[in-house]
Design a binder for this molecule. Structure first.
Ligand SMILES: [Zn+2]
Length: 170
């Protein structure tokens, strides 16, 4: 099932999601399948559950855009434990369509999380994967990438979004 993507302005995107406590249930496996399906349908490389209106600490990532099953990652209750180096690059978000901004992120990132079975996993990512790990983990704590850009750029973006909302185009 493909869920519609929740857009900026919906409070679910700006609050910390609930910790997952039940693992390996048919419901969880179905939900993860739906998250991948929703992410591919929206052409994203990552998706966090709050982006489909579900406030649970679950994110999926696939930097291969569905080309390589080995790159499919499930992160449940993730936390970032190490950030090394820096990278500059453009970043966007499925929940803030039509906008992209330069965001400085760590170049190499270590995340700890649980998988669908509840087992502890550690993921080390560089470049795009590092960016995705940071971006999606942020989502689960109610932080959007626009919190990492200047206040000036953020205000400009918010004003544009407000206009779109008024015009019924958001
Ligand atoms: Zn996002």
């Amino acid at each position: 099932m493909v869920y519609p993507i929740v857009k900026y302005g919906n409070p679910v995107l700006e609050r910390e999601a609930e910790t997952v406590t039940e693992f390996d249930t048919p419901e969880l496996h179905k939900f993860l399948d739906d998250m991948f399906e929703s992410m591919y349908a929206a052409k994203g490389v990552g998706l966090a559950a709050p982006q489909i209106g579900i406030s649970r600490k679950i994110a999926v990532i696939d930097c291969s855009n569905g080309e390589n099953p080995e790159e499919k990652l499930v992160l449940i209750n993730p936390s970032i434990v190490k950030i090394e180096g820096k990278q500059e690059g453009e970043e966007g978000c499925l929940s803030i369509p039509g906008f992209r901004e330069q965001v400085r992120r760590g170049k190499r990132v270590t995340a700890r999380a649980q998988n669908a079975k509840g087992e502890e996993i550690e993921i080390v990512g560089e470049d795009l994967l590092a960016r995705a790990l940071l971006h999606e983990t942020d989502h689960l704590y109610g932080r959007l990438y626009i919190t990492h850009i200047s206040a000036l750029k953020r205000d400009l973006m918010k004003r544009k979004i407000k206009k779109l909302m008024k015009a019924g185009e958001w």
